[in-house]
Design a protein around this ligand. Structure first.
Ligand SMILES: [Ca+2]
Ligand SMILES: [Ca+2]
Length: 82
């Protein structure tokens, strides 16, 4: 049950972050406005991001990039604004 507890903590951390933390360009990349970026949305806005990179950026492995993951990507220089 240890990993379930860890998952709950990670989930709570993600949910507690404000939705507006996602950078402006990343919000524009969110075509369907569900607050997360699919690989299609990422590659449409940032064609240089490969599938391998996307999988690396998807820290919680849910197949979508939420704002914290987008921020990490931008800090790594993969989805730079502007
Ligand atoms: Ca989306
Ligand atoms: Ca994710």
């Amino acid at each position: 049950m240890t990993h379930l507890k860890t998952f709950a903590v990670v989930t709570a951390t993600v949910i507690s972050l404000p939705a507006y933390a996602m950078a402006k360009n990343a919000q524009e990349a969110d075509v369907n406005k569900d607050g997360v970026l699919s690989i299609t949305e990422v590659q449409t806005a940032y064609p240089d991001v490969t599938e391998d990179q996307f999988l690396t950026l998807d820290l919680n492995g849910d197949g979508l990039l939420e704002d914290v993951e987008v921020k990490a990507a931008q800090e790594a220089g993969l989805m730079a604004d502007g």
